[in-house]
Design a protein around this ligand. Structure first.
Ligand code: NAD
Ligand code: MG
Length: 402
């Protein structure tokens, strides 16, 4: 049989020091003949990034924080590593658009991911998208940049990756044409799915971050506890798959085995199943349209025994409905919500506010800032800035320039 040889994909990982970054490097390390790590980028954890640079020896490393970038650059020189260090917001965008790179893993957390992910789209890269906030802040513009830049967009958020796998091959983003009736997004319900509502007022950040099924960064863990994460994912699904709000249904599924489903007009419902491990969607997208091993244990259905599904409790999870309302309002409303949520979650994690105040701050920001059209990256960044400033004011903090 003929041996197929692949030119190794040259990968940039934005958000390399985070949870998705670690899972990506794990899969990449299992297939050194297929993937070359060309650039690693992060916020300010230079010692952690240095360890990764020493291990994967990328051509480029980037840190947002200029002081941390300087520390990294001198350590790289000291250790004689072959890596050029980039710095600041421009350094992150450069890492996302390098001619040496063909694949960009967009795994920065929050609105900070927007500019470099947009730059990767305009540069026509193959983008593995974890940073859902890019689509929440500027979905229409980002999808246009993907089309115009000739980029390939592959979702690695587990639900969206599942939907991608269940849609017809070559799906053109028009549900009716593919015979698609609805998208069913599954949600675990997070750590507080069954906690008495009266106790939510006093839950701690560590309790909120103790997700029963997934190990993730702290921001997305809190978003899972409030179900804001699922709301942001409804918006993400809307843009990725061209589905209207009414075509997207959220279903609670505590086992996190069915990662999402697509319902067709003939009554067929296709689902993607697997153990809850981000290396599966990451490997699927890294190798697409081929398949590679991810290092994930096989699914043992007999051992799992039963799977459960339920309707989300709107009173327990007001953030879910807030996000759906922001999608319907359109324009800058989702960006306002996402920005206010980031500020409120950061305040909660620093123990400044209670868990239930997160939804309160988000609702108030949405009510006070009218939706405006988003026609440029500057509009999206301004909506993000305004949402954060108002949220900080509501949180009783001094508004500072971002
Ligand atoms: P994390 O907190 O573990 O890591 C975040 C990464 O982003 C770190 O490398 C950090 O250095 C970098 N970063 C933070 N702020 C930055 C900034 N201002 N500029 C540049 N880099 C910055 O987060 P995570 O859990 O890996 O999540 C990353 C993204 O992936 C999020 O958008 C999240 O919603 C999405 N996602 C994560 C998971 C998961 O299982 N962790 C699943 C689905 C989607
Ligand atoms: Mg998800």
């Amino acid at each position: 049989m003929k041996t197929v040889t692949h030119a190794a994909r040259k990968i940039a990982i934005l958000g390399a020091t985070g949870s998705i970054g670690a899972s990506t490097l794990d899969v990449v390390a299992q297939h050194p003949e297929r993937f070359t790590v060309t650039a690693l980028a992060a916020n300010r954890q230079w010692e952690r990034l240095l360890e990764m640079v020493a291990c994967f020896r990328p051509q480029f490393a980037a840190l947002l924080d200029p002081d941390a970038a300087r520390e990294l650059a001198s350590a790289v020189r000291r250790e004689g590593l072959p890596t050029r260090v980039l710095s600041g917001a421009e350094g992150l965008c450069e890492a996302a658009t390098l001619p040496e790179v063909d694949t960009v893993v967009a795994a920065i957390v929050g609105g900070a991911g927007l500019a470099p992910t947009m730059a990767a789209a305009r540069a026509g890269k193959r983008i593995l998208l974890a940073n859902k906030e890019t689509l929440v802040l500027a979905g229409g513009m980002f999808m246009a940049a993907v089309r115009e830049g000739g980029a390939t967009l592959l979702p690695i958020d587990s639900e969206h990756n599942a939907i991608f796998q269940c849609l017809p091959a070559g799906y053109a983003g028009v549900p009716e044409k593919g015979g698609v009736r609805r998208i069913l997004l599954t949600a675990s319900g997070g750590p507080f799915r069954a906690t008495p509502v009266g106790e939510l007022v006093s839950v701690t950040p560590d309790q909120a971050c103790a997700h029963p099924r997934w190990r993730m960064g702290r921001k997305i863990s809190v978003d899972s506890a409030t179900m804001m994460n699922k709301g942001l994912e409804v918006i993400e699904a809307h843009w990725l798959f061209g589905a209207a709000r009414e075509q997207i249904e959220v279903v609670i599924h505590p086992e996190s085995i069915v990662h999402s489903l697509v319902e067709y007009v003939d009554g067929s419902v296709l689902a993607q199943l697997g153990n809850p491990d981000m290396r599966t969607p990451i490997a699927q997208a890294l190798a697409w349209p081929e398949r590679i091993a991810a290092g994930v244990a096989p699914l043992d259905l007999a051992q799992i025994g039963s799977l459960h599904f339920a309707v989300p409790d709107a009173a327990r999870f007001p953030c879910l409905e807030l996000a759906c309302a922001a999608l319907v309002a359109g324009g800058s409303a989702p960006a306002t919500l996402s920005a206010a949520n980031e500020e409120a979650v950061a305040a909660f994690l620093e123990r400044g506010i209670g868990f239930l105040n997160i939804a309160g701050v988000c609702a108030e920001a949405l009510a006070r800032l009218p939706a405006r059209p988003i026609a440029s990256l500057a509009d999206a960044l301004e909506a993000d800035r305004a949402g954060r400033a108002l949220a900080r004011q509501l949180l009783g903090r001094q508004a500072v320039a971002v």
